[in-house]
Write a protein that binds this ligand. Structure first.
Ligand code: PEP
Ligand code: MN
Length: 333
């Protein structure tokens, strides 16, 4: 349930209303916008008399929220969320580009890629240290050493770093990581989500291979319900019957998620298509349909990449994509 308050409401009035709801065992979420304040109620609101709340002097209107996600719901928080990472921001008009190799392979590789993507305008550096591979015989990532190399690349370029966590037991290794990525395969690892909800750092949550948008939002809700509201959603393609592409990029997810939620939504055209030549058109389409950013795999030598070479752009190709994305953003914003 949400209560939209009248514009002249005072802080004391908000406090007394909050106290009254809390006494009834509800959790209260206040969203103070430029023009209105919204009080969101979480918990069993079935015993709350909506008409009574609406009759209060300070209340303009009351609405029941039917969706199971509350904190992630735009009705609770009408303005776009803006997530800060170091000196950069994601969402609410800030377009973020996360670029880098699928996996961190060596110091030379990650620093070379970091420098080149930064020069092209990337705002964050990605690189996997723990890789969720389909085969146990494939390269699994450099683990702790990979994170150390990402930190070196951060030192060299100033770019904040994004890297995937696969097990909660690895969390101490992520202390200096700027954004923790939850990969598609772990989107519904609820124990992991609950632990990440206790942190005060942004979480990049990728859509599961066969997950609905509601399931993605419920996973975001797990993180938010545990106290961490810094969640970035990522559409990365879903499983369909199509086989020419690795996955099928569901671009309609972008405007749909942005209608349902205030959280930033980014698109990963690399994992969505699996083909380097499709990354540019899909990146442009993502920018055109309102995404808050992109995640793109870039490798200094894609042919020799230990993981996902076929979908990785060269630094030159990435620079070309960035120039074109800027043009699209000028038109649509
Ligand atoms: C990745 O970003 O490296 C990755 C493994 O992506 P996904 O979880 O979307 O497959
Ligand atoms: Mn990859």
């Amino acid at each position: 349930m949400i209560a939209v308050l009248k514009s002249d409401v005072t802080d004391e009035q908000i406090q007394s209303l909050t106290g009254w709801f809390e006494e009834q065992g509800l959790q209260v979420h206040i969203s103070k916008g430029e023009f209105q304040t919204i009080v969101g109620l979480i918990g069993d609101t079935s015993r709350i008399d909506g008409d009574l709340v609406e009759s209060l002097d300070m209340v303009e209107s009351v609405k029941r929220i039917s969706e199971p996600f509350k904190k992630a719901n735009r009705k609770f928080h009408p303005e776009d969320s803006e997530i800060s990472v170091g000196n950069t921001k994601i969402g609410a008009g800030n377009f973020a580009v996360i670029a880098g190799p699928c996996s961190v392979e060596s110091e030379e590789q990650i620093i070379a890629v970091a420098e080149s993507v930064k020069a092209s305008g990337a705002t964050l550096l990605r690189g996997g240290a723990f890789k969720p591979r389909t085969s146990p015989y494939d390269f699994q990532g450099l683990h702790e050493e990979g994170i150390k190399l990402l930190l070196k690349a951060k030192q060299a370029t100033g770019l904040p770093i994004v890297t995937e966590i696969m097990s909660i037991t690895h969390l101490p290794l992520f202390d200096d990581v700027d954004v923790i990525q939850v990969g598609a395969r772990n989107m519904q690892n609820f124990e992991l989500l609950k632990e990440l909800g206790k942190l005060n750092k942004p979480i990049l949550l990728k859509r599961g291979l066969s997950s609905t948008l509601k399931e993605l939002l419920m996973s975001a809700e797990y993180i938010m319900a545990a106290g961490n509201e810094n969640v970035i959603l990522c559409e990365r393609g879903i499983r369909t019957f199509e086989t020419y592409t690795r996955n099928t990029l569901d671009l309609s997810a972008v405007p749909m998620l942005k209608e349902l939620s205030h959280l930033p939504v980014i698109v990963d055209p690399s994992h969505a298509t699996g083909l380097a030549r499709l990354v540019k058109p899909m990146a442009l389409a993502a920018a055109a349909c309102g995404a808050d950013g992109l995640m793109i795999e870039v490798h200094n030598n894609p042919q020799k990449a230990l993981c996902d070479g076929a979908q990785s752009l060269t630094p030159e190709q990435f620079s070309d994509v960035m120039k074109n994305v800027e043009q699209i953003l000028k038109v649509v914003r």
